[in-house]
Every structure is written in C-alpha cells, then in structure tokens.
Design a protein around this ligand. Sequence first.
Ligand SMILES: [Zn+2]
Ligand SMILES: [Zn+2]
Length: 119
Amino acid sequence: MILLNRRGFASYLLCRHCGFTFTCSACSVAMTFHKGINKLLCHYCGLAKKPPSRCTDCSSEYVYYVGEGTERIESDLREIYPKRASPGSIATPCGTYATSIRYWATFARARSICWSVLR
Ligand SMILES: [Zn+2]
Ligand SMILES: [Zn+2]
C-alpha cells in the first residue's frame, strides 16, 4: 500500500535555468502536470493549461517535472513490479479532511515500510 497526497504525474513544472515554477495565474499555486490528459491543472480552481515546452519567464527549454504524483508512482511501480501493479492498484484518495487524517493514521506505518522497501 502506497499513499500519496498528490494527484497527477508530477508535483510541478520547474525551469532549471531560472528556477521559475509554473503557477496558476488566478491562485498563484503551483500547477500539477497530469500526463494522462497532458495538461497542467490547478487543484484549487480547476484551471487547465497546456504544458509549455519552454519557460514562460526566461524562454529556456530546460523545464522539467519535479516531485512525485500518483501517475508517476504508478508508472514506476509498473516497471519495478510489472505483474503486480495494475491500473486499479492506485487510487486517488478523496474525501473530507477528517477522513484523510484517519486514512493517514491507519496506514502511516505501512507506508513507511513500503517506502523503505522501494528505496
Ligand atoms: Zn487556480
Ligand atoms: Zn526560466
């Protein structure tokens, strides 16, 4: 069991040249890349943007994806355990704050064990 509180392929898109992160123009929070739909999404207001191939600040082409998201973990797991990881094995946790706290508390130990196995 692996729990991750970030949806999407990567946490955010970062420019390696100037350090610029791609944020939502409305909320100023980092937008998350979703590989499945090839879009950057703002999880606060739902704004979707096409991922830029160049930095919008300095025009550098050295933009890359930083962080872990459920889609990336899923594709990594498929490589590590091709037979075990199935598309249904990773679900996006959802629900209220209280629900997710319970979720985390219940699986916190299992999660750390999983991580130490994977690393
Ligand atoms: Zn937004
Ligand atoms: Zn840049």
